[in-house]
Design a binder for this molecule. Structure first.
Ligand SMILES: Nc1ncnc2c1ncn2[C@@H]1O[C@H](COP(=O)(O)OP(=O)(O)OP(=O)(O)O)[C@@H](O)[C@H]1O
Ligand SMILES: [Mg+2]
Length: 460
């Protein structure tokens, strides 16, 4: 049998604290060695490959960050956890940048440390399991209602299969309509919490003042209108999963409280002095660029790290056009609803569907299919005329490279303006609306692009 005992190096200069932690970890089955200084730790690392290192950040002499750096440089797969003093989360974030896997702040309960250890070990296991799964050429076109066969979707399904059975926090990013919510549900339904609730909360749909009560609940009299005690969404999701949509819109006060939930799985209901504990898996989603919001100081960096344990990126539909026929079939099957014959889609209509850029992604495609089914009532086939006008036109713009001059001529300025508008639109879509990047794609100055945009979008 392989030896599965984890070897752990504990670095802490305060002997009684070190002794106490070491004992508790040994009780939990870890093989613990102790070092009382950074120098001693680095020396010990040189001749033994530990699985885990836990180090205090502030040490006399060589400090914790340097220990982490040395450990990670030597063993890229080591799990490195830093222990920070109160209020030095910034330093912890710095240590994470240097390669630490996670951190706990002092004073901490042993359970918190064990939780952090557990999820770090899980992440490392996922990393190797993922590599194994990737090597298996297994084809899968759907995952619990999420459909796709493009490469990015196949990769997504593999990732979902590995993360669904765990408790790791997940951050799903993607443009509107790319399926963030269906993916979150699919994760829940494939994990051990499937017997419990999946509770969704859209943080941007609720006024800031009510969001806190919605999330954490409230006690009687906490604010005007709070007539009774009420459970928040977190408590409703106890033992299940809570899905926090548009998490980027949370105020900084709420971000702070959410961070505590992620770290300690506890919070207070609004107006309550007593603390409530929950066991929830958190899946968050956003269609804004959280990393940029962190850089601009609009989103807490420590919360970002806590949420982004497993990032799941959903590609826009225009980057996986090969999924369109499959999705169309999927929606047709749902809409068929027991009808005796299945509707088909003409090849020409399918070509238009595949050349459109779908700024509203899968949701927009779903709506277009639903509309086409209604319009084609009484026929057996969906045709180009059943598609929304902008989709009907898609093919025409894609064909502009083979322009022919119609018999009766054309309006050159209007024609060129059309092409310009289309290309600017596409470049903006491709860059997620970033005008600077879009301008570079078209070899324009940003100001020129903005000017053109104004001119092209204002009606004559
Ligand atoms: N891969 C997919 N397979 C099947 N259906 C999908 C897929 N992706 C999205 N859908 C469907 O498209 C619609 C939009 O999906 P969803 O609500 O999950 O998007 P979203 O990313 O949360 O959008 P928003 O940012 O606007 O909230 C839903 O009806 C969903 O069922
Ligand atoms: Mg959504």
């Amino acid at each position: 049998m392989p030896d599965t005992t984890k070897h752990l190096l504990l670095v802490e200069d305060e002997a009684p604290l070190r002794q106490a932690i070491a004992e508790q970890l040994s009780d939990r089955g870890y093989h613990v060695e102790q070092a009382e200084s950074g120098e001693a730790a680095i020396a010990r690392l040189a001749d033994f490959a530990f699985d885990i290192i836990i180090t205090d950040l502030r040490l006399p002499g060589v400090d914790g960050s340097a220990v982490i750096e040395a450990a990670v440089a030597r063993y890229p797969d080591i799990i490195a956890i830093v222990v920070t003093g109160y209020g030095t989360v910034k330093d912890a974030v710095e240590a994470i940048k240097r390669g630490a896997s996670d951190f706990v702040s002092k004073p901490f309960q042993i359970d918190e440390l064990l939780h952090v250890l557990g999820s770090s070990l899980e992440q490392r296991r996922l990393k190797s399991e993922n590599a194994y799964l990737r090597s298996q050429l297994e084809e899968r076109y759907r995952f619990e209602g999420v459909v796709g066969k493009s490469r990015p979707m196949a990769r997504l399904f593999q990732l979902l299969e590995t993360v669904a059975p765990t408790n790791s926090t997940i951050l799903i990013t993607g443009e509107t309509g790319t399926g963030k919510e269906v993916v979150a549900r699919a994760i829940h339904l494939n994990g051990p919490r499937r017997m419990h609730r999946f509770v969704a909360l859209n943080c941007s749909a609720i006024p800031e003042t009510l969001l806190e009560a919605e999330l954490f609940g409230h006690v009687r009299g906490a604010f005007t209108g709070a007539v009774g005690n009420r459970q928040g969404r977190l408590e409703q999701a106890h033992k299940g999963t809570v899905f926090l949509d548009e998490v980027g819109t949370m105020s900084s006060a709420l971000q702070m409280k959410l961070l505590r939930v992620l770290q300690e799985r506890e919070f207070e209901r609004v107006g309550d002095s007593h603390t409530t504990k929950v066991d929830v898996r958190v899946i968050a989603a956003t269609n804004s660029d959280l990393a940029r919001m962190v850089a601009e100081g609009q989103f807490r960096e420590d919360l970002f790290y806590r949420l982004n344990v497993i990032p799941v990126q959903l590609p826009p539909l225009r980057d996986r056009k090969e999924d369109i026929p499959l999705l169309v079939q999927h929606f047709l099957a749902i809409l068929r609803n027991g009808a005796p014959t299945a509707l088909t889609v003409s090849q020409e209509a399918m070509r238009r569907l595949m050349s459109f850029s779908w700024p509203g992604n899968v949701r927009q495609l779903e709506n277009a299919v639903e509309r086409a089914v209604a319009l084609s009532a009484g026929r057996t086939q969906i045709d180009v005329g059943d598609l929304p006008t902008e989709v009907q036109k898609a093919q025409e713009t894609a064909l502009t490279t083979a322009v022919t001059l119609p018999e009766d001529g054309l309006d050159l300025d209007a024609f060129i303006a059309d092409i310009e508008r289309d290309l600017i639109q596409r470049s903006l879509e491709r860059t997620g609306g970033n005008k600077g990047k879009a301008a570079r794609l078209l070899n324009l100055k940003r100001t020129t692009l903005v000017e053109k945009l104004k001119r092209l979008s204002s009606p004559e």
